[in-house]
Design a protein around this ligand. Structure first.
Ligand code: FES
Length: 105
């Protein structure tokens, strides 16, 4: 094992898990896909593909009744019931948080 030579400045994990026949519901599924697509588009528009990574995941453990769950690192925050229309503001908020943290360091 070795430490990778590069890491993202901001990494958002978006649940798009799908379930069938579960008491936990259908998962973030299509809502997660929509949030993921919106975040990827925002990152591309900002030309920040190298330092802002967006990764689609399976269940993050919160299973909201609507929207998707998004985990944000390095800030270690988890958002739930996220909708695609909120993707840009979530990314801006987290990027601002990372930049403020870096200035303090
Ligand atoms: S299915 Fe998305 S958080 Fe569990």
């Amino acid at each position: 094992m070795r430490i990778a030579p590069m890491a993202p400045r901001l990494h958002l994990f978006v649940c798009a898990n799908r379930r069938t026949d579960s008491s936990l519901g259908g998962g973030c599924a299509e809502a997660g896909d929509a949030v993921y697509d919106a975040l990827k588009e925002d990152v591309a528009t900002r030309a920040r593909l190298a330092d802002i990574w967006i990764t689609k995941t399976h269940c993050l453990g919160l299973c909201p009744p609507r929207g998707s769950t998004v985990a944000s690192y390095p800030l270690g925050r988890v958002f739930t019931e996220v909708h695609a229309t909120e993707a840009a503001s979530l990314l801006a908020r987290e990027l601002d948080g990372v930049e403020r943290r870096e200035k303090k360091a």
